[in-house]
Design a protein around this ligand. Structure first.
Ligand code: NAD
Length: 343
């Protein structure tokens, strides 16, 4: 397969993980340009990662470079315009979550790429985390039978504002920033949901949006699940950035506990295994769960480009997760059970 030529847009906090991961995948792709509205950031990333070109304008980069894909690691308000520019230039794109700040923009950017006939994947990396891939594999094997109930939980007091200060300013906060990841995991393990109940809370002083949310999903097969997310849960030791889960099935259960202990109970007995992520030289101990999943996510994108197949987290697929976020906000405001939009 020919080496794919990519360009990265948005050289901020999280983009380092993308660039390191693309470097790990260097036998299959080359990042040939980077772009940031702040020229110093673009130049700094180009210098550090040995990337030949840097730009301050996406349009100029798309005009000048011959690309197989663009990797969009900017914050959500810019995603629609950048994806639409990629569509106009006939270039595929992988875009960070959340796809957009609103449902209108999210659907518009998916439609733009579909009309251009180019692939679009959302960088939804939680379902690609090593422990969650293993939990999904156990569930899919049928060893605990049909799932009947699930709990997917991410609660932390970690200072996320230090690396991402913009999070204190967003009106729709924890559900759109973090809930979107955990709702996606609930979809993958329990199947599609057709009803949503939600309560949200704003706990920390000085933030604009909600930093705690509890969602109850009714799944099409009859199962129930709880997705609870919090950035306002001081604790020690803090499991950040781990998602913990418990799924009951008709024949057993799966529990993912702190520090990557997976406990599976089946009619044959209970087993426990360590499902720790792979650590590589550029990863930190605390972040390697996320960093390893970035490599797996980006590898999946390259696999799909090579094979011409639709990514598991395509724009269209991610709209289903986005619809759960929207229904959660609606349910939190109305106090009633809401139905997600049909995608
Ligand atoms: P950031 O603000 O640190 O970096 C964003 C960069 O994009 C900035 O340097 C900004 O100048 C640049 N930018 C903005 N608009 C642009 C445009 N139109 N053209 C070129 N450059 C532009 O943000 P961040 O914390 O790195 O977050 C980026 C994205 O990554 C967000 O969508 C966030 O939700 C996501 N994120 C994902 C994970 C994950 O685990 N998947 C973790 C953290 C952040």
């Amino acid at each position: 397969m020919a080496i794919k030529r990519g360009a990265l847009v948005g050289c901020g906090f999280f983009s380092r993980n993308h660039l390191q991961a693309w470097r790990d995948l260097g036998d299959r792709c080359a990042i040939v340009a980077v772009c940031d509205l702040d020229p110093a950031k673009a130049e700094g990333a180009a210098l550090e990662f040995g990337i030949p070109a840097h730009y301050a304008s996406v349009e100029e980069m798309l005009d000048r470079e011959a690309l197989d894909f663009v990797d969009i690691a900017t914050t959500a308000p810019s995603h629609r315009a950048i994806v639409e520019a990629c569509a106009r230039h006939g270039v595929g794109a992988i875009v960070q979550k959340p796809m957009a700040p609103t449902w209108k923009d999210a659907t518009a950017l998916v439609v733009a790429m579909e009309q251009a006939g180019r692939p679009l994947m959302v960088h939804e990396n939680f379902r690609f985390q090593a422990p969650l891939l293993r939990a999904a594999e156990c569930l899919a094997s049928g060893m605990i039978g049909e799932p009947t109930w699930g709990r997917f939980s991410f609660r932390t007091g970690y200072d996320i504002y230090a690396g991402q200060p913009y999070l204190a300013e967003v009106e729709r906060f924890v559900l759109l920033d973090l809930g979107i990841h955990v709702l996606d995991v609930a979809r993958v393990l329990m199947g599609e949901a057709d009803s949503v109940v939600c309560r949200s809370q704003s706990i920390r002083d000085g933030i604009r949006g909600e930093d705690m949310a509890t969602v109850m999903l009714g799944h099409r097969g009859g199962a129930t699940s709880i997705v609870d997310v919090s950035y306002a849960s001081p604790q020690s030791p803090d499991p950040f950035p781990q998602t913990l889960l418990h799924v009951d099935g008709r024949k057993g259960s799966i529990q993912l506990e702190r520090d990557f202990h997976l406990i599976v109970t089946t009619p044959a007995g209970t087993t426990s295994e360590s499902v720790a992520p792979r650590a590589s030289h550029w990863m930190s101990q605390q972040w390697c769960l996320i960093q390893d999943s970035v490599v797996t996510t980006q590898r999946h994108w390259l696999d799909c480009l090579d094979r011409g197949t639709e990514p598991a987290t395509s724009g269209r697929d991610n709209l289903k997760t986005f619809a759960l976020v929207e229904a959660s906000y609606l349910a939190a405001a109305s106090g009633r059970r809401e139905s997600p939009a049909t995608v």
